[in-house]
Design a protein. Sequence first.
Length: 237
Amino acid sequence: MTNVNLYTLQMQARLLEAMDNGAALQERTAGFDDPDGSVSFDDLLNACMASGGTSSLPAASASSAPAAAVSDAGQVSAAGSPASSCGEMRISDTGLQFVAEHEGYSATAYRGVDTQNLTIGYGHVLQPEETYSDLTQPQAMGLLKSDLSTYEDAVNREFSGTKLTQNQFDALVSFSYNLGANIWSKAPQFTSDVKNGASADVLKADFERISYCNGHQVQGLVNRRLDEFRLFEGQSV
């Protein structure tokens, strides 16, 4: 057999192996629809990015980097190290417990100081289409975690570029959850003072000033603002 013929056979064998591998790849990625039945690297990458990296992609090879793991609190960690999406922060377990304790738990709906809204669980405002009733504490905590993502995002947007400690971020999420995701536009002085690193005395006055509901100062809100200020400053609460 000539060298040319041997080379040709080797090339044909490699081509057949590549075709087999391609068919296997398409089988494993059948969930990613494509008009011509093919799957490109860009298809896989885009699908992974669109789903936050949790798509059922083909198993990585042994040489791949460790996959990210998701904790119970919903934060992502890689190789045991905490991480955040696009530099955004997320509330800590301490912050979550702080909010839960200050909201208080109710298995059934009630009207609090804010008489306009029905509230259940840990401060969840019932929407017209919702029919929650007799919530257990684990169910209420799951609802709280889901609700807080809106306020985490609101704090991240408003204070983008501002250096915040975890305690400060937690305090601002609690503040926002209690007063509304758009509170920053309603309290411009407070917002400006946080961004500009105002002194503790100034910030304490800012927190205390925002303790009114329906035109009346409420002692429960005064107490919560003071606790949020202490949390913001890293003091024990």
